[in-house]
Design a protein around this ligand. Structure first.
Ligand SMILES: [Cu+2]
Length: 323
């Protein structure tokens, strides 16, 4: 018969020495060291050149080209640092408890209940943390969603299965007129030309199902709805010239994944020339060439359906099928 060890073994109670002056001093020194380490870590984080870049944006895409994208990025980095600070504190407490209160004998340790300061702390602290996060999120969200009365450029984004049309407008809303247009086809990727340094308003409209207008470098996407809903958003300015791929970010059907376009950011002078050329009746490709830009998209290419007989395996078709 196997006896349970706890019944057989005499209790080996280890009497710990009562905490004297030496223990208190050691604890004080430990606390001081912890505080010092925490302070140094905080200083490194706050004074470090770019925490986000050091940690690869904590998973957030980098390379935004608008003021709005930078604000969202900063919010994310700050939230991550706050989360890490809380995490390090909690992990520290866990490890400290594991080591400090590990089993040293069979004597039951002092059971603590109804510790009001402690309960108050762990109720209030999370509420405070969530409130601060909410406060900054609301501020950044309001800023990103802000629209103005007189943006410099207004573009109507028209989505349809499975391509895009970009209409340059002379005003806002449905009543405004289209002065120039870029239309994507199965063979040609639509290139949306926009200037740096000007505020741009996007007014979205879908011809069929829900799509989503997304340029990853804007760090922003917004659904494009059919019907009466006209989703609108603005960017204060585009900061960096270049070509950026744009995508549909809402599963909208068979060729959703290939519903690409290109955003071409050029100088305001080149943009004015492009628009003038379009208004004069030139094609998008001719107008792009007129301002010294590549006529076709450089960051993405048209989707090839490969619906040719070469890809068709007649052996897999049952006799008589398709007649
Ligand atoms: Cu789509």
């Amino acid at each position: 018969m196997v006896a349970r060890s706890s019944e057989v073994r005499p209790s080996a109670v280890r009497h710990s020495a009562s905490p004297g002056a030496g223990g208190r001093r050691r604890r004080g020194a430990g606390r001081l060291a912890g505080l010092g380490l925490g302070g140094v870590a905080l200083l490194v984080l706050l004074t470090g050149c770019d925490v986000g870049r050091t940690f690869d944006g904590f998973g957030w895409p980098q390379g935004g080209i608008t003021a709005e994208s930078r604000r969202m990025y900063d919010l994310w980095i700050a939230s991550c640092i706050a989360a890490l600070a809380v995490g390090v504190f909690v992990w520290g407490l866990i490890f400290w408890c594991v080591i400090r209160y590990r089993k040293r004998g069979n004597e039951l340790p002092v059971q603590t209940r109804y510790n009001m300061p402690m309960e108050f702390l762990y109720t209030i602290a999370p509420i405070l943390i969530v409130s601060v996060l909410f406060y900054y999120t609301a501020i950044v969200q309001t800023d990103v969603n802000k629209t103005t009365k007189n943006p410099d450029v207004t573009v109507e984004v028209v989505a349809f299965k499975w391509n895009w049309q970009f209409n340059y407008r002379d005003g806002q809303g449905r009543e405004a007129n289209t002065v120039a247009s870029v239309l994507g086809t199965s063979e040609v990727i639509p290139v949306l030309v926009l200037p740096t340094g000007r505020s741009i308003r996007f007014e979205e409209q879908s011809r069929d199902v829900i799509h989503s207008f997304w340029v990853p470098e804007l760090l922003f996407k917004r659904d494009v709805f059919p019907g009466s809903v006209r989703n609108v958003f603005e960017v204060r300015n585009l900061e960096t010239e270049g070509a950026y791929v744009g995508r549909c970010a809402e599963l909208c059907g068979t060729y959703h994944a290939f519903m690409n376009f290109e955003l071409r950011v050029v100088s305001p002078e080149k943009y004015d020339q492009f628009l003038a050329a379009k208004k004069a009746g030139k094609s998008t490709q001719e107008a792009l060439q007129a301002i010294g830009q590549k006529p076709y998209a450089e960051k993405t290419e048209p989707f090839n359906t490969r619906r040719t007989t070469a890809n068709f395996n007649p052996d897999s078709v049952a006799p008589g099928a398709g007649r």
